[in-house]
Design a binder for this molecule. Structure first.
Ligand code: NAD
Ligand code: MG
Length: 386
């Protein structure tokens, strides 16, 4: 049977790679709907290539531009309602959730409510709303298959084992572009330097998150919700080569690791074809070319973001949503030269301190907290720059 796919975030780093993987297997996958922001030329190109039935873009203006570019018979929608229509498109079996940031939350929840299998790249959804989303997925009997490489590795390493035998998860981190920089050097790093990841080519937000190590913090929270493992049983180790994508240690001391070259097409192909496997386009791992695999601890002094994430996860309730929203504001400010790199975790910590954590019971609750934290973050940003 051909698996019909809807992609949220089709023009992004994950979206484009998803299309690459799907096109390798026209007998297995068909992309029937896609949503993106304002990169209209690329959306037009994707429509010509994939001939989806439904496509959504950021604005009404963008939708008009797209219509003018296309002769294909595709329904064009826009804005939040448009993304929602793609997320719930009746013909799709599986939704690839690859919008960046908390903007992915509402459409992902809508796709779950519509009973779609979720291939999840958008980690911010589980960070901000882990309890609500996992409860929703259980209620609708929807499977969430991770695309994030660490979680894909854990998913693969858990296969065939009992959850109660798991002792801990070991999440690997590349250490990002600033792994070897001193505190003093970090104070003056530039946007270009932060956007230059040593191993992975990704969207801007996650690339900055990788440089601060907030990405690892978000992934610890994501792992907690995906696999039901307590925060104290989730460890992070720096592994600069990004070959071991993560590991699971069992009660007998055995550790199962998943390896591969750093190419997101591997985890994407796994999520699209699970429980089967298909060719992904990924280069073969050549063990003889690898000189060594090395490991080191995280330096929490230079990279305080990871501890903030553990703190948010342990206190729970609304605090991870606050961490996530404040981080999005801080990263955006950094990318617009309104905040220094080292002020990103400071700003996040400050917004977290101002917040009284409370339980979250609905998506609306999460959105309210998200809005509050963004407003506080923006306000505090002004204080850093003035
Ligand atoms: P990206 O910035 O390259 O792409 C984001 C996509 O989302 C674009 O298509 C953009 O048009 C779309 N988008 C943004 N806001 C939107 C909105 N409001 N409505 C509709 N579309 C919108 O980001 P990316 O690197 O592909 O990352 C996507 C998600 O996957 C993030 O949550 C990231 O953390 C996660 N992720 C990415 C990678 C990676 O290798 N890039 C790896 C693991 C996880
Ligand atoms: Mg990752």
């Amino acid at each position: 049977m051909v698996k019909r796919i809807a992609i949220l975030g089709s023009t992004g780093s994950i979206g484009r790679r998803t299309i690459d993987v799907a096109r390798r297997h026209p007998d297995r996958f068909e992309i029937v709907a896609s949503a993106a922001g304002n990169h209209i030329d690329l959306v037009a190109e994707q429509v010509r290539l994939l001939r989806p039935r439904l496509v959504s873009v950021g604005t009404e203006e963008g939708a008009k531009q797209l219509r003018a570019l296309l002769s294909e018979p595709v329904d064009i929608v826009w804005g939040d309602a448009g993304v929602r229509a793609v997320a719930t498109f009746s013909e799709a079996h599986l939704v690839v959730s690859a919008i960046v940031g908390a903007a992915g939350l509402v459409p992902t929840a809508a796709a779950i409510e519509a009973g779609k299998t979720i291939a999840l790249a958008n980690k911010e959804t589980l960070v901000a709303a882990g309890s609500v989303i996992t409860e929703l997925a259980t209620r609708h009997r929807v499977e969430i298959i991770p695309i994030d490489s660490e979680h894909s590795a854990i998913h693969q390493s858990l296969a065939g084992h009992r959850r109660l035998d798991v002792k801990r998860l070991i999440i690997t981190a590349s250490g990002g572009p600033f792994r070897l920089k001193s505190m003093d050097e970090l104070a003056t790093v530039t946007i270009d330097e932060a956007l230059h990841h040593p191993n992975w080519s990704m969207g801007q937000k996650i690339t900055v998150d990788s440089a601060t190590l907030m990405n690892k913090g978000l992934e610890v929270i994501e792992a907690h919700w995906l696999f039901g493992v307590a925060p104290a049983q989730i460890d992070v180790v720096v592994h600069p080569q990004s070959i071991i994508h993560s590991m699971v240690e069992y009660c007998d001391g055995c550790v199962v690791a998943q390896m591969g070259v750093p190419d997101m097409r591997g985890p994407i192909a796994y999520a699209l074809s699970y429980p089967e496997r298909v060719e992904s386009g990924m280069e073969q791992l050549d063990l003889l070319k690898l000189k060594s695999l090395t490991f080191e601890p995280v330096d929490h002094e230079r990279f305080p973001s990871l501890k903030l994430a553990y703190q948010a996860l342990k206190r729970g309730g609304s605090l991870p949503a606050v961490l996530n929203a404040a981080n999005e504001i801080a990263v955006h400010a950094f990318l617009n030269q309104h905040l220094r790199f080292v002020d990103i975790p400071r700003l996040v910590a400050q917004v977290m301190e101002e917040h009284d954590a409370h339980p979250l019971t609905s998506i609306e609750d999460v959105l309210e907290v998200d809005t509050w934290a963004r407003a506080r973050g923006r306000h505090l940003c002004g204080e850093y720059t003035s």
